[in-house]
Design a protein around this ligand. Structure first.
Ligand code: ADP
Length: 301
């Protein structure tokens, strides 16, 4: 029996992709797609060629989040062309192939696997520095498919997104064990929605107004100012934990499991609003409280 022709075609297509990163989460709604999108925009802003592939077949949220609903995939003689949101950031999602965004996709494993194969084989990404794969939550058909099709050895690694809650953390363990079983390196865990810092947002907006568009993180500045002028207010500008974090959150879990902890991203009303409005791009939410945290995570990768 010769080599699987699909796998040969995928390997040929992927020969022009330098790094492949999977974004995983144990549960839905923890911000995996948001992180995938932000990571992609951040890498694109660093002048890398980036592809964002949404393989969440039953719940593709990337098109809505990026304001790309209703876009259709175009075909050329080189394959399916991604939808470009920046000149160096192409997006591909099952969402572009559904006639009605409200359609439920009820597919069994083999059909999902076939579509993922087709994505990997037929999308004309061109030369890419990074392919960011936004996987569905959990560990099911799509995950096994993507690892088998790409080959575990050719995947740089996985980033696991969680919230600080126990219910989400428990499922991170399953993701880590999945990665170990299939031989994909865990690049690390991101704790998303980790605290809320709204008064900071107000302060930074105020400063931006007074400083004529100069962009900077004013968190430290505000803290020092309040400490000096009104120390009794210090606790309201501190990060407020929204979820019970008494178990030590992702930091502790990572050290127990021996995987890197990449950092915390706070709940950011601006980021949420941007996603709702379909303009969830890194540049747009620079003013948000999550951007510096995201940037830091990206730098540690
Ligand atoms: P998942 O991909 O894990 O299902 P999403 O990325 O779709 O999760 O995020 C779920 C919701 O939470 C979205 O409405 C998104 O805008 C919001 N969200 C995600 N991360 C943050 C954050 N750090 N701050 C505020 N809202 C967030």
């Amino acid at each position: 029996k010769g080599p699987d022709p699909d796998l040969v075609a995928i390997a040929e297509r992927m020969a022009t992709v330098k790094h492949k990163i999977l974004i995983l989460s144990g549960k839905g709604g923890v911000g995996k797609s948001t992180f995938s999108a932000q990571l992609s925009f951040a890498l694109a802003a660093m002048d890398f060629q980036v592809g964002l592939l949404d393989i969440d077949i039953c719940g593709p949220s990337i098109p809505k989040m990026l304001g790309l609903e209703g876009q259709e995939i175009h075909q050329s003689n080189l394959g399916w062309s991604p939808v470009y949101v920046e000149s160096n950031l192409g997006v591909m999602s099952i969402g572009f192939m559904l006639p009605d965004p409200d359609d439920a996709v009820i597919w069994r494993g083999p059909r999902k696997n076939a579509l993922i194969k087709q994505f990997l084989k037929d999308v004309d990404w061109g030369e890419l520095d990074f392919l960011i794969v936004d996987a569905p939550p959990g560990t099911s058909d799509e995950h096994i498919s993507i690892v088998q099709d790409l080959g575990a050895a050719s995947i740089d690694g996985a980033i696991i997104v969680t919230t600080p809650q126990q219910v989400s953390l428990i499922d991170v363990r399953k993701e880590v064990s999945f990665c170990k079983k299939v031989g994909v390196q865990v690049l690390g865990v991101v704790e998303n929605m980790s605290g809320l810092r709204q008064p900071m947002l107000a302060a930074s907006k105020f400063l931006r107004m007074t400083e004529a568009g100069e962009e900077k993180d004013v968190t430290e500045w505000v803290r020092e100012y309040v400490k000096e002028k009104a120390p009794e207010l210090l606790d309201i500008i501190a990060l407020n934990e929204v979820f019970d974090n008494s178990g030590g959150g992702a930091t502790r879990m990572c050290s127990e499991m021996g995987v890197p902890f990449l950092g915390k991203v706070p709940l950011d009303p601006e980021l949420c609003k941007a996603a709702e409005e379909g303009r969830s791009c890194f540049v747009d939410q620079k003013s948000g409280t999550s951007a510096p945290a995201l940037q830091k995570i990206i730098e540690t990768l």
